[in-house]
Ligand binder design. Structure first.
Ligand code: N01
Length: 499
């Protein structure tokens, strides 16, 4: 018997946790948020590397119910997004419901009590419903390079950047050329004495359309909110109808390649370097990375693009496969995140005593129903769960699309005296078969790249392969008929009355 019990426990105080908490509070549902960090913000608190910004338009990358007329840039930088999230969390009194510095070590479903029992760094608690909003890009992937422990300088992952670290005058090595590196490289290049970019796979770089938002525009958005809604709608619908068809059918993506090639030709005069910067895969297979400063920084005389592969790390720097030592003061790992193999599912134990990891390993890998619920794991909802990822629009849209589903489930459980809901395995299997069929011909699966979208078996368990409004439509109501339901045991008094 534990002292502390909640109706709902939410793990994580990023976009998912904050949005859920706001909506549950509106519904009068008692809950607490467990957050391992010492502030809200999730990914926008963790990622503080130089140049960190969102490559989704600012007006779209926010809650629909908390628009921000004051965005200063059409593609916001990390500090501004974090301040937005913090303000929203304060205004809606979410902060008061967060337990900071509280790391979840394990959560186990107790089928007798119809509760989750959660072990945390601050003690044990129980809850009727568990909502995992821990984020799928929250666990840095730190590859092991031989000799890395011997390196005399500093090693930092992009998502664990120490903001007090100054790269001015340093010789910097950046490993990786994904979305994070594309943002870090130009900023570090401005300050470092020398920059070595260790590229394993070249990235398609598109022109960036960012610009400062004028004061008059901000005034307009503040005074006539419909204008901001219009701009938001324009960004949403244009990315749906331009990007989704191209991603679903790579034959239609030729325009993207043409744009990226032209950008490369415009920005990199040296044909030999251009060749090394030209990817072999179809654009869109990995996340599209817009930047007007990345390619010029790579082409700069103080930058060296290293493509010969990393052999080992030594105290003075990195030795590549061609035997060359690249002398460095700091190594930045822009090596991405553990997504399909992260540790979170190891912490969650379901109805039959198996962890979510064990269940996934014995099946086809990661999988959910509606990206939200899991057979064998009653009363567990995940925000930004399997196959909810998108590359062309705002993940906040996908998270918001899940909220009516979770709220409706809680409402039905309360109204109908249901103690536990658990998605039927056949429903989940049929859903995933459908997703995999749709994913088959898409650019993520056939574009000829290796990305975090695919697991070790090459199965795509991360991407939503359709228009995002179709996802929102699916999750508008909780389809109780797809779920096993267990009713609340009658109260002892009620039992007596019945006799
Ligand atoms: O990570 P990545 P990221 N040796 O996995 C390389 C989101 N995001 O942090 O391509 C050498 O894309 C790896 O090489 P390769 C966004 O969803 C959003 O950049 O595997 N290199 C690759 O180049 C994005 O997709 C924003 O050959 C190694 C890089 O490291 C996601 O975060 C901004 C290596 C990893 O690229 C992840 O992006 C930033 C090794 N052992 C990020 N291991 C927005 O603007 C890995 N690499 C919203």
């Amino acid at each position: 018997m534990t002292a502390e019990h909640h109706n709902v426990v939410i793990i994580g105080a990023g976009f998912g946790g904050i949005g859920t908490s706001i909506k549950l509070a509106e519904d009068g549902v008692e809950h607490v948020i467990l957050e391992k960090a010492d502030d809200v913000g999730g990914t926008w608190l963790a990622n503080q590397y130089p140049g960190c910004r969102c490559d989704v338009p600012s007006h779209l990358y926010s809650f629909s119910f908390a628009l921000n007329p004051d965005w200063s840039d059409s593609y916001s930088l990390q500090p501004e997004i974090w301040r937005y999230l913090r303000r929203v969390a304060e205004e809606h009194r979410v902060v008061e419901r967060v337990r900071f510095g509280c790391k979840v070590d394990a959560a186990r479903w107790d089928d007798d009590a119809k509760q989750w029992r959660i072990e945390t760094s601050q003690g044990t608690l129980t809850t009727n419903v568990l909502i995992a909003a821990h984020g799928f890009l929250s666990e840095p992937s730190v590859p092991h390079f031989e000799g890395i422990e011997s390196f005399a300088g500093q090693v930092m992952h992009s998502a664990q950047w120490d903001p007090s670290y100054d790269v001015t005058g340093k010789r910097v090595g950046i490993i990786g050329t994904g979305a994070s590196a594309v943002q870090i490289v130009p900023e570090v290049h401005k300050q470092a004495t020398a920059l070595s970019v260790f590229q394993r796979t070249a990235a398609w770089i598109l022109p960036h359309r960012g610009r400062t938002i004028h004061a008059w525009e901000r005034r307009l958005y503040r005074n006539v909110p419909a204008t901001q809604r219009f701009v938001r709608g324009f960004h949403y619908w244009s990315s749906e109808f331009i990007a989704v068809p191209a991603l679903m059918d790579p034959q239609r993506g030729k325009l993207l390649k043409k744009m990226a090639r032209k950008h490369l030709e415009d920005q990199v005069p040296d044909p030999e370097l251009r060749k090394r910067l030209t990817p072999a895969f179809t654009p869109g297979c990995k996340r599209l990375t817009p930047s007007n400063e990345y390619l010029p920084a790579i082409a700069s005389p103080t930058t060296e693009l290293v493509t010969s592969g990393i052999a080992k790390v030594v105290p003075d720097g990195i030795v590549t496969n061609d035997g060359v030592l690249h002398e460095l003061d700091v190594i930045i790992l822009a090596t991405g995140f553990r997504v399909t193999d992260n540790s979170f599912p190891e912490l969650i134990t379901g109805k039959d005593g198996r962890t979510m990891r064990a269940v996934w390993d014995s099946a086809d890998g990661m999988g959910a129903y509606n990206g939200t619920t899991f057979a064998g794991f009653p009363n567990l909802f995940m925000l930004a769960g399997p196959n909810t990822g998108i590359g062309h629009t705002s993940l906040v849209y996908m998270i918001e699309a899940q909220l009516p589903y979770v709220r409706d489930a809680l409402r039905l459980m309360s109204e109908r005296n249901i103690a536990a809901v658990e998605v039927r395995p056949d429903v989940q299997a049929a859903y995933n078969e459908h997703l995999q069929r749709r994913l088959g011909p898409t650019v993520w699966n056939t574009g000829g790249c290796k990305s975090w979208y695919l697991d070790k078996q090459g199965r795509n368990t991360t991407i939503w392969p359709d228009y995002t409004f179709k996802f929102a439509r699916r999750l508008k109501r909780f389809d109780l008929e797809s779920y096993y339901q267990q009713l609340q045991a009658p109260e002892p008094a009620a039992q007596l009355a019945a006799i």
